[in-house]
Write a protein that binds this ligand. Structure first.
Ligand code: CO8
Length: 264
């Protein structure tokens, strides 16, 4: 069954356990304004408690841009105090992508700049078309990334190259983004849907409960020192083993059959 919901700045579709969120402000290359981010937050909150959703895809409408960044029209008149609060709020919306129970795939189909790259970096997977362009151009505007870019980019690709990209605002193509491990895969434009569908298939074949626990273990643990992180991993291991799916997965292996997971 397909469920669609209308928003002003995004499109939302739920089909076959996959929720697809499409940034839908084509006239401004899907720039993130407060209205869009508010809708994104709302839809992520809905997904969090929707047991039917097992994988989330975020993409941009059209083939020119995934997202060209925060809407520059909204930035100019902010006071420093407002900017600080706004940055904190935007970070909260994007962090929700990181903490949501499901794997989230950024399907990147063009410009992926500024806040757009910050959004993509909060996702668990970045699958890009060959035409995608990446960059954090904020310093061209004499501002800095405020949606997590100064923190997630060095964590993903290392400080050396991150500092260079942040300071020079050099834009890189998809092949370079792949070389830097900023993206998982690069495919020709007309193969983007198929590539993402194949990844979704793989994720759907797993227990959604297990993937949720795994996501927390990686995302939380990487921010801890190794001692605490290993302790946290052990907690998560226990939580994973407590699920019905773990019983089923282990039994199915021993009985030489395919497991049937229920997501609990
Ligand atoms: N905000 C608002 N409007 C935009 C944005 C944007 N980020 N990007 C593009 N647009 C608009 C353009 O103004 C234009 O509108 P119009 O048709 O009314 O003139 C339309 O989209 C099409 O854009 P272009 O004509 O410029 O298209 P081009 O193909 O010539 O260029 C580019 C494409 C290279 C992507 C170009 O549009 C560009 O450089 N865009 C701005 C990229 C940028 O600087 N992004 C960073 C924004 S700042 C940011 O993201 C801060 C993040 C902080 C996160 C929030 C936490 C606080």
């Amino acid at each position: 069954m397909t469920e669609e919901k209308e928003y002003k700045c995004i499109l939302y579709k739920k089909k076959d356990n996959v929720a697809t969120i499409t940034l839908n402000r084509s006239k401004s290359l899907n720039a993130l304004n407060t209205a869009l981010l508010t809708e994104l937050r709302e839809v992520l909150e809905d997904i969090e408690i929707d047991a039917e959703v097992r994988v989330v895809v975020i993409t941009g409408v059209g083939d020119k841009a995934f997202c060209a960044g925060a809407d520059i029209n909204e930035i100019l008149d902010k006071t420093p105090q407002e900017a600080r609060v706004w940055s904190w709020w935007v970070q909260g919306v994007l962090t929700r992508i990181e903490t949501i129970k499901n794997p989230v795939i950024a399907k990147i189909n063009g410009f992926c700049l500024g806040g757009g790259l910050e959004l993509a970096m909060a996702c668990d997977f970045r699958i890009a078309s060959e035409t995608a362009i990446f960059g954090l151009p904020e310093t061209n505007l004499a501002i800095i990334p405020g949606g997590g870019g100064t923190q997630r980019l060095p964590r993903l690709i290392g400080k050396t190259k991150a500092m260079e990209l942040l300071m020079t605002t050099e834009q890189i193509d998809a092949a370079e983004a792949f070389r830097l491990t900023l993206v998982n895969t690069v495919v020709p434009v007309d193969e983007l849907d198929l590539e993402v569908d194949e990844l979704i298939e793989k994720l759907l074949s797993k227990s959604s409960a297990t993937l949720g626990t795994l996501k927390y273990a990686v995302n939380r643990g990487i921010e801890m020192n190794l001692e605490y992180a290993l302790e946290y991993e052990a907690e998560c291991f226990g939580a994973a083993l407590a699920t019905e799916d773990a019983r089923e997965g282990l039994k199915a292996f021993l009985e030489k059959r395919k497991p049937e997971f229920k997501g609990r």
